[in-house]
Design a protein around this ligand. Sequence first.
Ligand SMILES: [Zn+2]
Length: 292
Amino acid sequence: MRRDYYAVLGIAATAAPREIRQAYRRLARQYSPDVNFWDVTARTLFDEIAEAYRVLSDSDARALYDRFGGGHDAVEAGRRGEDVHVAIELGFGDVVRGVALDLPVPRFSPCPACEARGRADEAPCTACAGRGVRRAVEGVKIGIPPGVDSGTQVRIPEEGSAAPFGGPRGDLIVSTRVREHPFFVRKGDNVHCEIPITVWEALRGARVRVPTPQGEAVLVVPPATAAGSVFRLRGQGLPRLAADAPGDLLVSIRIDMPAGIDARTDELVRELERLMPAAPREDLGRYRGGAA
Ligand SMILES: [Zn+2]
């Protein structure tokens, strides 16, 4: 459905060119992407405002729009309001537990001065220029469920813009972006992390405490574990929007080396080498000179 350019600029269909210009300048300043925190929303509104001004400030385009493009009160009465899009940024913890927010939403709402009628004492309402709705930034309480990701859209029914003259509200559509976490990396349904262990733990095996998105788990590292080994902790990842069970946590192993060895340690390691001889590079000789 085409947007009502007069409603976008908050002016009457009878507005003079000077009023159109003034409304445009005021709104363009208010919703400039440079000064607005809700950048995606501001950009959308800014584009709408610029488009409305482009048409209504050109007398030929405006005449065509008035004739064919809607914008008449009779057409708008009772129609549904526009959907409103708002972008939010969430932390990793918000994704784990979900979050309740009081979100500032720029939207059209019924004009309190004329109770959305657009008229007072037979004359057009001055507070809303006869539209019955006014643009305002209002707090809307919303719940973001656990498990959202960057690019998830959460639709909140009937919290968008009110339609002119008392029609039902459109929906509020909240797009989420999730900030990166310093330790946990999300990949699809699963979460990855890297845990350091000592050479001795790698050799002898160990029980290692691992932070998880939900709390903490104990990982049993078997004896003789190689660097880069990956262990899967089932159900220890993040909640999933479309599934009952959480995803998995994939823990990859890093082996930290001692800072250096002294003579005594060197002697002990040589003894170990004699006890456990190995030749891991034996087969590599055949590749010398690039042979395949
Ligand atoms: Zn009013």
